[in-house]
Design a protein around this ligand. Structure first.
Ligand code: RB5
Length: 144
C-alpha cells in the first residue's frame, strides 16, 4: 500500500516516528514535508497529500498537526477526500468501515505517539465494509 504523509511544524517529529513505523511494516511511504521544526502553514501540506491521494498515486494519506483539526479541515476541502481526525482506535476502525476514510489526521499535541501508532495500524489494516447504506451516505457527501 502506498501512503502519502505530511505535517506542519507541530507534527514534524511525530511524523518521523510514523514514517519509521510504516517503513518497518512494509508500506511504501512518501514524505511531503514539512522537513524541519520551522513554523509553516498546515494547509500547504494538507493540500499536497490530499491531491496525491485523489490523483490515485497513493492509496491513503496521513496528516499531522498540533491538534489534527487544521489538517482535517484543509484536507476535507479537496473533492474526493474523506479525512478523519482520530484520537482512539475505535474511531479509526469505524471510520474505515463506515466512511471509507482515505486520509487519517492526528494531533501531535493531543495524543501520545504510541497511541498514534496503534491508531495508524488499525486505520491502515481495516477495510471498508462496502455496506449499501454506507456507500449511499458516502455518495451523498459529494453531492452538496
Ligand atoms: C500550529 O501552531 C497549530 O496551529 C497547528 O499545528 C494546528 O494545530 C492547527 O490546526
Amino acid at each position: 500500500m502506498k501512503v502519502a504523509i505530511g505535517s506542519d511544524h507541530g507534527g514534524f517529529e511525530y511524523k518521523g516516528k510514523i514514517i519509521d513505523f510504516l517503513n518497518k511494516n512494509g508500506y511504501e511511504v512518501k514524505d511531503f514535508g514539512t522537513y524541519s521544526n520551522e513554523s509553516c502553514d498546515y494547509p500547504e501540506y494538507a493540500h499536497q497529500v490530499a491531491k496525491a491521494v485523489v490523483s490515485g498515486e497513493f492509496d491513503r494519506g496521513i496528516l499531522i498537526c498540533g491538534t489534527g483539526i487544521g489538517m482535517s479541515i484543509a484536507a476535507n476541502k479537496v473533492k474526493g477526500i474523506r479525512a478523519a481526525l482520530c484520537s482512539d482506535t475505535f474511531s479509526a476502525h469505524a471510520t474505515r468501515e463506515h466512511n471509507d476514510s482515505n486520509v487519517l489526521c492526528l494531533g501531535a499535541r493531543a495524543i501520545g505517539d504510541e497511541l498514534a501508532l496503534d491508531i495508524v495500524k488499525v486505520w491502515l489494516e481495516t477495510d471498508f465494509s462496502n455496506g449499501e447504506r454506507h456507500l449511499r451516505r458516502i455518495n451523498m457527501l459529494e453531492n452538496v
